[in-house]
Design a protein around this ligand. Structure first.
Ligand code: CMX
Ligand code: CO
Length: 142
């Protein structure tokens, strides 16, 4: 079902500051920046590697406001790893299969994610405390 780790999402207060930190410390490069109103984030993707079916990245996330998933996370836990995203060939199918195994789905159908991907989230309480994202890369990245 999982083809790779697509990205690790990291919650931060100041996106530009964290981008600069990752660039100078790990020599990573930003390949995409986006504001995703639906998810309540301003974000940047830093490229790690390319693989079959898509790349892998660090996703830096700054909340658009306090009443957003990342805003609430920062208030409660502070900066740090927010979620892990796995690459799947077909998000809709993966949701059906995983939902059928009793895991609560935070999205019943795929939503718009970074760089044209389709994404959906699974409830962290049903996945050992890890907020889990499923990512289907767009055709051109495949
Ligand atoms: N990782 C692990 N556990 C988490 C969590 C996270 N990121 N966020 C919340 N939780 C835990 C909370 O600690 C809480 O546990 P306790 O009851 O033991 O305290 C429980 O889950 C419920 O959390 P909450 O604060 O009451 O609920 P929220 O209203 O904050 O909702 C969640 C949590 C996961 C349902 C919500 O954040 C969500 O729907 N997330 C999916 C969307 C998202 O995160 N988008 C931003 C990223 C976009 C992208 O990657 O592109
Ligand atoms: Co993500």
């Amino acid at each position: 079902m999982f083809m790779r780790i697509d990205h690790v999402g990291i919650a931060c207060h100041d996106l530009e500051e964290k981008i600069a930190f990752f660039e100078r410390t790990f020599e990573l490069t930003v390949v995409a920046r986006e504001v995703n109103e639906e998810q309540g984030v301003k974000e940047a993707m830093l490229h790690i590697a390319d693989g079959e079916g898509g790349g892998s990245y660090i996703q830096l996330l700054e909340p658009l406001g306090p009443d957003t998933p990342v805003g609430k996370f920062l208030a409660k836990r502070g900066e740090g790893v927010h979620h892990v995203a796995f690459g799947v060939p077909d998000v809709t199918q993966a949701l059906q299969e995983i939902g059928g195994r009793g895991i609560r789905l935070l999205d019943e159908k795929p939503r718009h994610g970074s760089m044209g991907s389709s994404i959906a989230f699974l409830h962290p309480k049903d996945v050992g405390g890890m907020l889990t994202e499923l990512v289907q890369a767009p055709e051109r990245r495949a």
